[in-house]
Structures are given as C-alpha cells and as structure tokens.
Design a protein around this ligand. Structure first.
Ligand code: GLN
Length: 200
C-alpha cells in the first residue's frame, strides 16, 4: 500500500490520517526533511497557513518539500494546505510564503468578512456520485488559475474552491471532517499512477 506523509506541524492532522488509513494507505508524520524519504505523496492539512509556513521554514522542511513538489511528488492540500500549494498568495501575513505547486492565485480568508464558516453541498462532476458536503472554515478562494490548472469545483457564484494541477490537488474546504473520502481516493489514484515501483 502507498505510504502517505501528512505534514504534522499544525492543523487537522488526525482527520487526514484517519481518512487515508480507512482507504488502505499507510501514513507517516512529516516534520523534518528526512521524513520525506520513502513517502509516495504528502497531504497538507487545514490549520493556519502562516504558522505552518513559519514552522516548515524553521524546521528546514520548506525547501526540500518545495523541491519535491516541483519534481512531481503528489500532494493534496485542504484549506491552509491549498494556500500553501498556491504559486501566488493574496492577503497573506507579512513575509508569508508558500511551497507552491499549483499555478494559481489564492486569496486567504476570502470569506472572512461575511460568513466565517459554512457548509454547502458542492457538485464535483469529476468525482461522480452525490454532491460533496463541503465544510468551509475561514476558507481561502482560488481567484486566478493558469492554463494547466483544472477547476474541480465552484460555488454557485462561480468562486473556484477545488483545483488540480498535475499531481497536486487543493480544496478550499475540508472533506476530512465530514467523512467525505472521494478527494482522498482521487489523491491515492494520482499517487498510484505516479509511483510505478509500487506496482511490481
Ligand atoms: N484561514 C486559515 C489560513 O489562513 C485557513 C483555515 C483552515 O485551514 N481551515 O491558513
């Protein structure tokens, strides 16, 4: 089974671990550069992106993780994780950086003024099946995408909330908190396709 690293610096790590294990994946905590050895993919949890960014840099993880993503390591980021995957960030705190990997501009705390948190039934055509019960918690929004980015889901007003760029996927919401597993399944399919050694 694939070995999935879950970035475990801050945020809803346990929910991702539970979801990944329920789908048959092995999981490992990623805190330092050496933790990236032997993982087939990495999940970036929700939490506070500016804190995760700071910790990742002070642990010496930010650079190797950035490099691994650039080299094609499959990654899935939810909420703060999506922010960390954005090549361009709006409304970050001063000095905040991202690992990048998705050719998009993401606006942090995009719903902050009006509705801090909400749930909605989101249609995600590429996943098939019923709508996704999507939980948005001080969520970001994808405000611009490059030509190679596939939009997976939009809100009724057209706001982009789930994207894929190559081996990277990002959702502005948290499937891991509602028992929704289809995004993790998609991610594991990407991992499987990217790691031929697993198929021996
Ligand atoms: N607002 C948070 C941030 O900027 C993200 C919130 C979340 O992950 N639920 O990182």
């Amino acid at each position: 089974s694939p070995r999935i690293g879950v970035l475990a610096l801050q945020g809803d790590v346990r929910e991702h671990v539970r979801t990944l294990r329920s789908l048959g994946a092995d999981t490992a905590s990623v805190r330092r550069a050496e933790d990236l050895a032997g993982v087939d993919g990495v999940v970036l949890p929700g939490g506070e992106s500016s804190v995760i960014d700071k910790l990742a840099r002070s642990f010496g993880l930010a650079e190797p993780l950035t490099e691994s993503i650039r080299a094609g390591l499959p990654v899935y980021g939810t909420c703060a994780g999506l922010i960390l995957l954005a090549d361009r960030l709006e409304d970050g705190i001063v000095g905040q950086r991202t690992f990048g990997g998705i050719d998009a501009t993401v606006r942090r705390n995009a719903f902050g003024g009006q509705v801090e948190s909400f749930e909605t039934a989101l249609s995600v055509p590429s996943l098939g099946g019923p709508p996704v019960e999507a939980t948005f918690i001080r969520a970001p929004l994808v405000v611009e995408t490059g030509p190679d980015v596939e939009v997976l889901a939009t809100l009724d007003d057209g706001g982009v909330v789930a994207v894929r760029h190559g081996n990277a996927i990002g959702t502005a919401f948290h499937p891991e908190v509602t028992g929704e597993r289809r995004f993790h399944e998609l991610f594991l399919a990407i991992v499987d396709a990217a790691s031929p050694s697993e198929k021996a």
